[in-house]
Design a protein around this ligand. Sequence first.
Ligand SMILES: [Zn+2]
Length: 378
Amino acid sequence: MSSDMSNPKVIRNYKFRIYPNKEQERIFFRWQETCRRIYNNALAQRKETWEREKQSISRTEQQVWLKENKKENGFFKEVHSQVAQEVLFRVDRAFDGFFRRVKNGETPGYPRFKGKGHYKSITYTQFGDGLGASFQNGKLKLSKIGLVKIELHREIPGTIKTVAIKKEAGGNWYAVFAVEIDKSQFEIHLGSATGLDVGLEKFASMSDGNTIENPRYLRKTEKRLKHAQRNLSRKQKGSRNRKKARYKVAKLHTKVRNQRKDFLHKESRKLVEIYSLIAVEDLNIKGMVRNHHLAKSISDAGWSEFLAMLCYKAEDAGSKIVKVNPCGTSQDCSNCGNTVPKELSIRIHQCPFCGLVLDRDINAARNILKKALALEAA
Ligand SMILES: [Zn+2]
């Protein structure tokens, strides 16, 4: 048996934020536009051949064509050869899909030309030292573009095959790595499913009754920070003592941030190892800011940061995160489904319909799990 058979690989995408400078951004845009033109030209060639002879040109034939054109066309020449060649692969894929459907007796729409602004990414097809793209001193090195600042917020657990650069609708730039990983890393997770509710007193509660407490060491540092901030406000402007106090505040700020991050990493890792499915509320943080109690707890606990960690760690652990609509999760009875209205200060869910008495957050976590299981079954 070949090693490939016993150790099958999968390709997964890993996305990282990048921070190109103005000049690099201009190059990205210019290359995107050039790639769009290459794409449309290659498409036109194939279309004509298909209509004339009911034959398709191969990618290798088009590679020769591209090489010839690069000699004369300054824009074509500027684009890195891998990036330009990769465009032809995209044309290939578009045609593969087209011909597959023709074969199946369908009458598919012909692959489309891409309008201005509709070619959204460029791709380097080789990654590693001395190849088109690589890492260098913690930055992303792109041949013919230079070093681009990248936020490597997580490990990449395999071999990088390609990297695509794109700008998303929100205005941020990203590098998307296609990574080859041993499939064994994604074996089916045998853990159970749980609902998770972000709490006011506790960091989170689970539907099975487990809870995550806010760590005491973090509270301690936060207290020290508050104290240092008060101290700073009492110091005279311009004084040396003020400078010292300001330094202390900054130092404690960093400490709180790091401790909080450590805590979130640790807890999210534990959760994805234990549970195969974790149901969470799809919290529209904006909508919840109106309730300032909850808003404080959410921002303090770093819930959105936690959720992001859960999502990417779940992927590696083979566990699944399901986001549900938070509507009614705290008010509904997780046993009989009746609505039991209660203020935020009421910590116990007491159902007058079925008699269930349960911690408010655990009741909510159970409702969150129910909703997720219903979504999964649908
Ligand atoms: Zn009930």
